[in-house]
Design a protein around this ligand. Structure first.
Ligand code: ATP
Ligand code: MEV
Ligand code: MG
Length: 376
């Protein structure tokens, strides 16, 4: 099968409130970030399928003939049999996969589910991300979204949205929903039991995505590694063990998300006051305590909260917790934080509400990113 070359990007996300609770049906508030994952798909003519993932030091090539033996019919729901065959094929036996195995499994799963029943294309996929991997900023969802969009676009299942006079193109709602449904399959491979909130960010008008005022947010990466899959499973065990204790905590997180959403909406339509910030800060503190109660805190995150509190600022973990990233609300005029860098953390101020998944002409992508992608 002939495929079209394409260049795709998708944003990372920060969860303001509602991580973990959203897996159990509660409200979450997520915003997209101006940090993105980029994927370049290139057709080949030598019967190979190759994947280059320099962020996680993973570079693999297969012969199409090997992959054909693993084929399955076109599916939308996660096919446990195919996952089992793929795990055997890449040689993994334990339940919790490392970064490389999860990324390869998600790639092969989407590739084979989409193409396995027909003519399989020979291609190279290279991915490079500005997001820290496995740190709470939705790197797995951005990766899965890019994979799904690239495969669907390269094979003509969705149109190329690029117009000659535009540098970037976006898909219509119906195409985005198709991308989202395939990206969700990738998230299931990487996360186990995802809520879908992270990949839904590509749908810019999704109900989970709220209109937010221009807020200054500091992102801090504690650099403590953790796995979303393991943390989500840990919370589930705790709920099963102490349902009457844990369910009220999740209900309270739900109420925090709803109250925060109300305040943010007010801030978009009336003058912003110190009182708005006071409420946002108190909600951050309460939620951070709840996240500790449900077992996803970490001493590195406690340190983040202490260091920022000493400057009168309020922080919480974002994403799955257990290390990874935290967010700090910066009031207008608040300086950014040398003290956090002294703890060995990476931090950067970010703007929120970036565009969802896009297709690009190469000239619209930062040179340093194209430089990495063009190495392969
Ligand atoms: N740029 C990338 N290249 C290859 N694989 C990636 C990339 N980014 C993410 N992944 C895959 O996603 C995994 C990280 O997913 P995980 O859900 O644990 O963290 P996250 O998505 O960054 O955080 P959260 O889910 O809390 O927002 C990596 O181990 C890897 O398998
Ligand atoms: C921890 C979690 O709520 C957010 C991860 O970014 C998991 C999910 O929603 O799938
Ligand atoms: Mg993830």
């Amino acid at each position: 099968m002939e495929v079209r070359d394409c260049l795709i990007s998708a944003p990372g996300k920060a969860i303001l409130h509602g991580e973990h609770a959203v897996v159990h049906g509660k409200v979450a508030l997520a915003v997209s970030l101006n940090l993105r994952t980029y994927l370049k798909l290139k057709a080949r003519s030598d019967g190979k399928v190759c994947i280059n993932l320099p962020n996680i030091d993973t570079f693999v090539c297969w012969e199409l003939s090997e992959l054909k033996q693993l084929t399955s019919s076109k599916l939308q729901r996660l096919d446990a049999e195919l996952v089992k065959r793929l795990r055997k094929f890449i040689g993994v036996t334990n339940e919790n996969l490392d970064s490389s195995a999860s990324a390869i499994l998600a790639f092969l799963y989407i590739y084979l589910s989409l193409f396995g029943s027909g003519d399989m294309p020979s291609l190279t996929v290279s991915v490079w991300s500005e997001l820290p991997t496995g740190a709470g900023l939705g790197s797995s969802a951005a990766y899965s979204v890019c994979l799904a969009a690239a495969f669907l676009c390269a094979t003509g299942n969705i149109p190329t949205p690029l117009k000659e006079w535009e540098q970037t193109g976006r898909w219509c709602q119906e195409d985005l929903e198709l991308i989202n449904s395939w990206a969700f399959q990738g998230e299931k491979i990487i996360h186990g039991n995802p809520s879908g909130v992270d990949n839904a960010l590509l749908l810019e008008n999704h109900p989970l995505i709220i209109r937010v005022p221009l807020l200054r947010i500091l992102l801090t990466n504690t650099k403590v590694p953790r796995s979303t899959k393991v943390l989500v499973a840990r919370v589930k065990d705790k709920i099963n063990k102490f349902p009457s204790v844990m369910i009220p905590v999740l209900d309270s997180v739900d109420a925090i998300s709803c109250t925060c959403e109300k305040v943010l909406t007010e801030m978009t339509c009336e003058p912003i006051t110190g009182d708005h910030y006071n409420i946002l800060e108190e909600l951050i503190d309460i939620n951070q305590h709840h996240l500790n109660v449900i077992g996803v805190g970490h001493p590195s995150l406690d340190m983040l909260c202490q260091v920022t509190a000493a400057r009168g600022l309020h922080s919480k973990l974002t994403g799955a917790g257990g290390g990874g990233c935290g967010i700090t609300l910066l009031r207008p005029g608040a300086g950014t934080m040398k003290d956090l860098r002294d703890c060995g953390y990476d931090c950067w101020e970010t703007s929120i509400g970036g565009p969802g998944v896009q297709q690009h002409f190469p000239s619209s992508v930062k040179e340093e990113i194209m430089e990495v992608l063009n190495r392969y």
